[in-house]
Design a protein around this ligand. Structure first.
Ligand code: AHM
Ligand code: MG
Length: 338
């Protein structure tokens, strides 16, 4: 573990290089992917910061003053990541929550040994009301033989196989949090110099949390064990101190607050969404990897989330993620559902 003193200024680039040294077999390819993702994050951040100005410069679907067609921010974010990542020679394929199938590496560029899965702008419906949104990403090593293009098998791997995962939150400041399996580390963007600086090294999430994040308007569609679990979290069955309910409705924002402050984010299956809403590969797995690295846990209600073997690119999964002891309560109380 590299210890920086309180006075060190550590850019994300320097940190990535230092982390690479922890892997004697590293070739620098994963580091390049992380640098490029940090650049994409800065570009998306600058677009998100101008979001409110779209009304002045021209609404989505209309033409702006230059006569160019205005695009929605999630489409813009998707294009930024695709274009930032497709030519580095380190990836053999990508997949995005915004696109139906695999995003192929254009034929003029080399293919590498990794695949990238991402949700370019999660919670984008919140942009109109100035609520934080985020980007989530996951990197896996290909399983098909190289050096050609990647295939769907490269994507359909359990979360345990992730070599890196992270998220960017575009909040009151822009932060990037990532892991390569040696802890979870957070970087805050200093907009005046355009650099992500290490602000939250070795994030540890409390074992027992104080926040409960859930959309309880689905209560009527939940199973009885899920209802009982929510009563437990709220302290209504006198078995646990009541948690404080906080629900932004923007996964990255809810997850980030709970990661730092302690708590659980819960999106169970319900009668209307039998597999929940969130996507296993683009949302659940990367956050589960980070959460475990910070000392937390994540389950789909039946299994450790990172052990689930995906069968579809856009597969949904129920999600119970956060402080270890609170996730353990979910695992115990949902046993009746099995
Ligand atoms: P999106 O990928 O279409 O943006 O949807 C995901 C978002 C998450 O950010 C958030 O946690 C969830 O949807 C909220 O869903 P709901 O409105 O059902 O509570
Ligand atoms: Mg999403």
């Amino acid at each position: 573990m590299i210890n920086h003193t309180d006075t060190s200024i550590v850019t994300i680039d320097r940190f990535i290089i230092e982390q690479e040294a922890l892997f004697p077999e590293a070739t620098g390819e994963l580091s390049s992917i992380l640098y490029e993702l940090a650049v994409a994050a800065k570009m998306i951040s600058s677009k998100v910061r101008r979001a409110g100005l779209i009304d002045i410069l021209g609404a989505a679907g209309s033409e702006n003053v230059q006569g160019e067609h205005q695009q929605k921010l999630d489409v813009i974010a998707n294009a930024i990541i695709t274009k930032a990542m497709d030519h580095g020679g380190k990836l053999c394929a990508m997949a995005s929550e915004e696109e139906e199938g695999i995003i192929e590496i254009p034929p003029q560029f080399k293919c590498g040994k990794y695949v990238l899965l991402f949700d370019p702008l999660d919670g984008s419906s919140n942009i109109d009301v100035n609520v934080p949104v985020g980007t989530i990403f996951s990197v896996l090593r290909r399983v098909t033989p190289g050096p050609g293009r990647g295939a769907i098998e490269d994507m359909l791997q359990p979360g345990l196989k992730q070599v890196a995962a992270g998220y960017v939150i575009y909040g009151s400041s822009t932060m990037m949090v990532y892991t390569t399996g040696h802890g979870a580390h957070g970087f805050t963007l200093d907009p005046s110099i355009g650099e992500f600086l290490l602000s939250h090294p070795h994030i540890r999430t409390p074992e027992v949390g104080k926040y409960l994040s859930v959309n309880d308007s689905y209560e009527q569609y939940w199973s009885e064990p899920v209802r009982a679990l929510m009563r437990r979290y709220r302290g209504l069955d006198m078995q646990r101190e009541a948690m404080n309910v906080r629900y932004v409705g923007s996964l990255v924002a809810d997850f980030h607050r709970n990661l730092l402050g302690g708590g659980v984010f819960v999106y169970p299956a319900n009668q209307r969404s039998p597999s929940g809403k969130l996507r296993l590969l683009y949302e659940c797995n990367p956050l589960a990897f980070i959460c475990e690295q910070a000392g937390g846990a994540a389950t789909d209600g039946m299994r450790r989330l990172l052990e689930v073997v995906p069968t579809e690119l856009h597969q949904r999964s129920p999600l119970f993620i956060g402080s270890k002891q609170d996730v353990a309560i979910a695992t115990r109380m949902l046993e009746d559902e099995r």
